[in-house]
Ligand binder design. Structure first.
Ligand SMILES: [Cu+2]
Length: 273
């Protein structure tokens, strides 16, 4: 289950980064916003995957800060955005439900479900792994792409909203065994690499309470991002000129339109132990 290790890992990871730079925080990539690029431009043209941010999204990463990045096995970072041509990312309704719908308030409603995993937080998280492709789509290799941390920070952000909802409803801390691997997911099992914590510890609300995330950009100001604008009828922040690009000259639309929306997602997480 994605979330049982995310909080402890991000806590430690951010603390380690701060030993180098006290001001650093882990940003999140709100990939949900990219759904509005489903026509032209498309999500795989997101500014996230340009030289300006994380580098190109198809093939060997040759641009941006991680160009020709080598992993521990000397393999070069590569991606395969939208490999199955679906341009499908997470589902707005599902994410909104997990965050806000009071009828969805127990862990078993949002964690792995072998009969219908698409609308769980786990399933939504999987979609983005597969959509980015390359190393991100392979379980054991996915953390070798820096996108992993931005994606998981967003999942952690949604998780934190869910925990806050539970807390407001006075719901006790709970733990559900995920899938059929009861031994591996037993609440009292010690976590891999975190021998001082059990699986259940990783899900405790107190961990979420140590995390603060800036809210995802919302209308009307959309975080004052130059990449987003508020689409009034949707009441969502969307790529800046998706709805006006017909009036933009060819060069501008071809080169810069994809950059107009995504960067917004990079908001801040602040964690403390
Ligand atoms: Cu993941």
């Amino acid at each position: 289950m994605a979330q049982s290790f995310s909080s402890p890992i991000f806590n430690r990871f951010e603390t380690a980064l701060r030993q180098k730079n006290k001001k650093v925080t882990i940003p999140y990539w709100d990939s949900l916003l990219d759904n509005y690029m489903d026509n032209d431009p498309t999500p795989s043209e997101s500014v996230v995957f340009t030289e300006e941010f994380l580098g190109n999204g198809k093939g060997i990463v040759r641009t941006g800060p991680f160009k020709f990045w080598k992993d521990v096995n000397n393999c070069t970072l590569q991606r395969s955005l939208n490999f199955n041509n679906s341009e499908t990312l997470m589902t707005h309704n599902t994410i909104d439900t997990i965050k806000n719908d009071l009828s969805v308030h127990n862990m078993k409603q949002i964690i792995y479900n072998k009969d219908n995993n698409t609308h769980t937080l786990e399933g939504q998280h999987n979609i983005v792994h597969d959509w980015v492709g390359g190393m991100m789509s392979i379980l054991d290799y996915s953390p070798r792409d820096p996108v992993f941390f931005l994606h998981h920070a967003y999942i952690d952000y949604i998780w934190t909203k869910f925990i806050q909802k539970q807390t407001a409803m006075n719901i006790e801390e709970e733990y559900e065994i995920v899938g059929d691997d009861i031994k591996r997911h037993h609440p009292n099992r010690t976590m891999d690499c975190f021998y001082w914590m059990t699986n259940a510890d990783g899900l405790k609300a107190r961990l979420a309470s140590n995390v603060r995330y800036e809210d995802s950009p919302a209308c009307p100001d959309c975080g004052h991002s130059k990449y987003l604008k508020c689409h009034k009828s949707l009441n969502r922040c969307v790529p800046g000129d998706k709805f006006t690009r017909a009036g933009i000259d060819g060069i501008h639309s071809a080169l810069f339109t994809p950059m107009l929306f995504s960067l917004v997602y990079f908001t801040t997480s602040i964690m403390s132990i």
